[in-house]
Design a protein around this ligand. Sequence first.
Ligand code: MRU
Length: 355
Amino acid sequence: MDFKSKIKTIEWIKDKNVSRMVDQLVIPYEYKLVDITTSGDMYNAIKTMIVRGAPAIGIAGAHGMALAALEIAKKTQDPLVFLEQLKEKAEFLKSSRPTAVNLMWAVDKQYDYIKNCTKNVNEMVQMLIEHGIKLENEDIEINKKIGDHGAALVPKKGATILTHCNAGALATVGYGTALGVVRSAFANDKTIQVFADETRPRQQGARITTFELAMDGIPVTLITDGMSGYFMNKGMIDMVVVGADRIAANGDTANKIGTYNLAIVANYHKVPFYIAAPLSTIDIAIETGTEIPIEERSREEVTHINGKRICAENINVINPGFDVTPAGLIKGIITEKGVLYPPYEKSIRQAFNTY
Ligand code: MRU
């Protein structure tokens, strides 16, 4: 069932030809929209995480391609030169973050949409704008389908669902993947509640998940990352649902660092552990999770909180942004095509054949 969420994370504004997005760097203190007007600014918005979350950065990439097309069309009306320069911009946009495959998927989808067409440059620009809007609208519809398939898995009335990072409306165009499951479940049962873990180092769980659930009136309890085992041991968690940044053809899943720990703890306590993600997050070109590129992020994310150092100076720090949960720990992958179950090699292939 559909739940009305107030949040639209990213939107193409037609009369201005800009991409308008929620600035996620100032949440939870402010809810501010920013207009991105150039492909260079889009690259920076993705890299600095003004926009974040795999499906949301995919749409940001698609909008970035439309902005790039507008820029190139001011300089040339030669279709071949236009396509050549657009290809360069596509590679540039894709290099903004490495792990979430939705970015590569959406940018490539935009380029492939026009690469063989015989239209003039201005027509191709228009096609890219319209196609970007289509991908944007489809994202919400896909999330609602994921939400409905996932809601059917909630084991009991009044269930407590634990999630990690933010795989919500703010990680997508709207509604969310893991939090889409929560929203659909909440539409049927108002006694559902969420446990959100903090998600160090960038605290997407504390800053963004609690913010968006509170905004939509869904009960949420914040815990720190190390507390999940304690609450599972007490029988207080009925289900874990998280998002994904890239899923290999065998079901191994990259998601925000800490997801792997959570999956181990959930399996130990026999709490069902699900991934919720669109098919655009599945990279069938790679066989296993070992091939997924893991983003290395700055040491300051670990050593500082809100600009204040929290540890001794001159120490070693390693900060991988994501980890890979082996397929064997995942009970099911909730997609817009339904729930995929092990063996994932087979169920993923089947889902793509009917895509
Ligand atoms: O570094 P982030 O905040 O972009 O990481 C986001 C996540 O890991 C999400 O769980 C994932 O992208 C799924 S979003 C529906």
